[in-house]
Design a protein around this ligand. Structure first.
Ligand code: DOR
Length: 448
């Protein structure tokens, strides 16, 4: 296996509290050495990454890869490639497939695909995600499930959720809760407010999420188990989690880029790519999410990558399934809407997309300390570019961000020491000439 030196980049690694211009040597699938003076032999690939940021590989803790069952929308392989395209080197795949990932055999199936990046299975909390019978959590954990979730639908019974938290705690895995009170959701399709009234679409109140967040926090306190709340979207949920953390309850949570970049006003276009569950919320909710990301209430940014076919999405708004693709725009949206705007620092962004999700899942990612797995993301934070449908590698194209101009994106993704995505022309190889002091970002011919 080839050694790689990433030369001249700004290395940001929150795990080791590093933000400095340091060269990185990767060898034998590991981070081998930091700093200059590393001997270069003919087996070493030297990549000039001046002007770019070098971070631990991004970890997307919430994706839907649709295999088994809906391979027309995404497969584990295509989902992994799309993630690598977005600078992600590890994903956790939700079990709402057909059939559900609720047996050790299916967990092993997901793990054994041999993908470009690491794919970690999340197993269901209840058999068939039916909400009634708990899965065999010990066997599923043993087979490699990193967490349990019935994502896509909530566990409606508080008793079942309580038992799930107790068992998950015994096997040392978090429960990832899709918090939604289905009675309050009713037949709603978008956030309740002025926009739903104007659009004439059936509303979903913020309380549908918040009631469930409150319940699960109480159950986490009762059981002492690790609770992770998926796709937090409202101000009230952020406040509940903040208070729970102050109390010392073992709760973590994530939000997704669409909850800090879009509002329910965007739904008034009736574009079905804006139909998602939980729904896009109000501007006040978006502000509260941003505060939560900055002050540490929210622990992770995950994409909730939810591929849907054109046939399914090209229908009237009410009839479209909820969900949007997200792995490829996770980093650009975070850089554009949080870092560029000064809401959070680059270091905090890396923490939210790598260090912290890795630690919540207990997986060996999210650090560039010497000896760590050689998973690295190199991104250009300044590149202004327009999102186009044909840029996506995902099998599905249901993104509400097509046509938008974003700033920053991944140019090189390395998983276990192997280059799994490289933007053509983005990095200079050793031996190629370049002017002293010339910046990588400026060299990209595709730069506007
Ligand atoms: O919008 C969503 N789509 N929310 C979910 O919870 C599930 C996901 C999906 O699987 O399509």
């Amino acid at each position: 296996m080839r050694k790689i030196i990433l030369k001249g980049g700004r290395l940001i690694d929150p795990a080791t509290r590093t933000d400095d211009y340091i060269d990185l040597l990767l060898a034998n699938e590991r981070v081998a050495k930091w700093g200059e003076g590393t001997p270069v032999d003919e087996d070493t690939l030297v990549i000039d990454v001046r002007g770019a940021v070098v971070s631990p590989g991004l970890v997307d803790m919430h994706v839907h890869l649709r295999e088994p069952g809906r391979e027309d929308e995404e497969t584990i392989e295509s989902g992994a490639l799309a993630a690598a395209h977005g600078g992600i080197t590890a994903v956790a795949a939700m079990p709402n497939t057909e059939p559900t990932i609720d047996t050790p055999a299916w967990v092993e199936y997901v793990r054994s695909r041999g993908t470009a990046i690491a794919v970690y299975p999340i197993a269901a909390i209840t058999v068939g995600r039916g909400g009634k019978t708990l899965t065999e959590m010990a066997a599923l954990a043993e087979a490699g499930a990193v967490a349990f979730s019935d994502d896509g639908s909530p566990v409606e019974s508080a008793t079942v959720m309580r038992r799930a938290l107790e068992y998950a705690s015994m096997v040392g895995r978090p429960i990832i809760s899709h918090c939604e009170d289905l009675n309050l959701t009713g037949s709603g399709v978008m956030n309740e407010g002025f926009a739903s009234t104007m659009a004439g679409l059936r509303p979903i109140p913020a309380a549908a999420e918040e009631v469930a967040v409150a319940r699960d926090i109480i159950l986490a306190r009762t059981t002492g188990a690790n609770l992770h709340i998926a796709h937090v979207s409202t101000r009230g949920s952020v406040e509940l989690v903040r208070r729970a953390k102050e109390e010392g309850i073992a709760v973590t949570c994530e939000t997704c880029p669409h909850y800090f970049t879009l509002t329910d006003d965007d739904v008034r276009t009736y574009a079905t790519s804006t139909r998602v569950n939980p729904p896009l919320r109000s501007a006040a909710d978006v502000s509260a999410i941003k505060v939560g990301l900055a002050d540490g209430t929210i622990d992770a940014i995950a994409s909730d990558h939810a591929p849907h076919s054109i046939e399914e999405k090209e229908v009237e708004f009410d009839a479209a399934p909820p969900g949007l693709i997200g792995t490829e725009t996770l980093l650009p949206l975070t850089l554009t809407h949080l870092v560029e705007s000064g809401t959070i620092t680059l270091g905090r962004a890396v923490e939210l997309m790598s260090t912290d999700p890795a630690s919540i899942l207990g997986i060996p990612h999210g650090s560039l300390a010497e000896g760590s797995r050689a998973d690295v993301t190199v991104f250009d934070p300044d590149w202004a570019w327009e999102v186009s449908e044909d840029w996506f590698l995902s099998k599905s194209k249901n993104s509400p961000f097509i046509g938008r101009t974003l700033r920053g994106r991944a140019v090189l993704t390395i998983s276990r020491g192997e280059i799994v995505f490289e933007e053509p022309g983005a990095a200079h190889r050793a031996g190629e000439t370049h002017e002293e002091g010339e910046h990588h970002a400026a060299e990209l011919s595709v730069h506007a």
